[in-house]
Design a protein around this ligand. Sequence first.
Ligand code: MLT
Ligand code: MN
Ligand code: ZN
Length: 305
Amino acid sequence: MYLRVLGSAAGGGFPQWNCNCPNCDGLRRGTVRAQARTQSSIALSANGIDWLLVNASPDILTQIRQTPLLQPARAIRDSGIAAVLLMDAQIDHVTGLLMLRESKAALPLLATPEVIADVSEGFPITRILSHYCGVQLHPLSCNAADIQVPGVDGLELTVVSLSSKPPPYSPFRECPRPGDNIGLIAHAGPGTPRLFYAPGLAEVTPQLHALMAECDIVLVDGTFWTADEMQQLGLSHKSAFDTGHLPQSGAGGMIEHLQRLPQRTRKLLIHINNTNPILNEDSAERALLQKLGIEVACDGMEIVF
Ligand code: MLT
Ligand code: MN
Ligand code: ZN
């Protein structure tokens, strides 16, 4: 199984267009050692030719240009992207669908009914795309296993319903439902290595922890280091939890949960907000992650499992 990190930043990317927080400003000035990042998306493939795009970031066209293996050039119009799956309906995860409108066939789109409703009504992407390539909807049930992806042979998925938040434009922002945010377990079949992926995750329940502990690679929400990171910088009144993200540090934080996983589990953070001190490669926070064996995903990262 092949995994490509196409984008590893949260909404806004890094640096964010209008942000002068220490990270964004430091990266632009060259005073902070850090790597620029595009908005959160990964691609999965069992054969290295046919890919499932997991989330369609507003940066998708740049990401595709930076990933030649997504263009196998078998025909005058072609793409290695055989289908798209949405983990939620957040702007940073769905807007790229509009950039794929030149698709020569209806885009196979896998998402829960809750996410399909948000991208059909509040942000009517599927309705807009019906005037271009159209979408071929494949509704996903929460907690369904052994899901096959059309056009991506050899990839099997399990959908896990997660506690997080639907997007601000959703009528359900303040009363999330199962299906607004999902996690994925991906593998090539029974007995093969398993990936757990969850870029938006507010709570690791004992049941979820047990599922994560059965996986070989855990790639999870790395949005914020502290719950009040945005508030401390004067950038927002909202805490990490208000926006559906579990911060890494502190009691009950993501680091604690990752440390309780088996030693052999490969642990990585993704969907990193531009304010997060772990982006600064010389920070104490980054050094702590390194000491604990927790990796920070970056654009272009390849994982073979
Ligand atoms: C989030 O996950 O909370 C988003 O990145 C917010 C956004 O897209 O603005
Ligand atoms: Mn996001
Ligand atoms: Zn910033």
